[in-house]
Design a protein around this ligand. Structure first.
Ligand code: FMN
Length: 193
């Protein structure tokens, strides 16, 4: 995660390549419920930063400006109804005896996670850096009205993309300089838990 960016613009075709990768992300039943809202216009980006800070997201003074410095903001969104519609199709109902599946976990949020990971990796592949923040409910509501996000689309996260600048203040508080990563044995079990 990088939470501070140089004022270098990212060419439109690079952004297009990054966001196009989301079409190759996995999705439950190939529901393809992922949706992205890309914001690059400076005034609109300032609006994003303002909405996020009004709802409690504010970079303290001892940290680098994050949202304010990022030349590309991408909201990762999900349309849950795509999943219900897909899993009520004939081939799915045959597998489940005529009822929509009893969802083991909300697959739409799983797919939103896969989509945002595609963005993070694609940004790095382009020689750029990326950051990720959740979007609090109040901010999501305001973004919905200001950016025309439909009612059936849920905002899950905001990915920032740009040329990296040093962010020592942020990385102090976001663990990588202060907390070790969990040991591989703690995270990955082999053959039997
Ligand atoms: C669902 C989700 C929400 C996150 N929200 C925030 C956030 O609000 N603010 C933030 O600084 N980082 C956020 N992160 C990023 C994590 O802090 C980050 O992945 C973790 O610290 C690892 O950072 P590293 O990749 O730099 O090691 C979020 C990550 C996920 C997966």
């Amino acid at each position: 995660m990088v939470r501070h960016y140089a004022p270098t613009p990212v060419p439109r075709e690079v952004v297009e390549r990054i966001v196009a990768t989301v079409r190759r992300a996995p999705s439950a039943g190939y529901s393809q419920g992922q949706r992205l809202l890309v914001v690059t216009d400076p005034e609109r980006r300032a609006e994003v930063a303002r909405v996020m800070s009004d709802s409690g997201w504010t970079a303290p003074e001892d940290r680098e400006p994050w949202l304010e410095s990022a030349p590309v903001h991408v909201f990762v969104c999900i349309r849950e109804d795509d999943y219900h519609e897909r899993y009520r199709q004939e081939d799915k109902l045959v597998q489940t005896g005529g009822e929509e599946i009893d969802w083991p976990v909300p697959f739409w949020f799983v797919d939103a996670g896969a989509a945002l990971m595609m963005l993070l990796l694609a940004a790095i592949d382009e020689g750029l850096a990326a950051g990720l923040t959740g979007v609090e409910g109040g901010a999501a509501d305001e973004l919905r009205s200001r950016f025309g996000i439909p009612d059936d689309v849920t905002v899950v996260a905001l990915v920032t993309i740009g040329v990296p600048a040093p962010d020592p203040g942020w990385s102090q508080v976001t663990s990588r300089r202060t907390q070790p990563r969990r040991a591989p044995e703690e995270v990955v079990r082999w053959e039997c838990w």
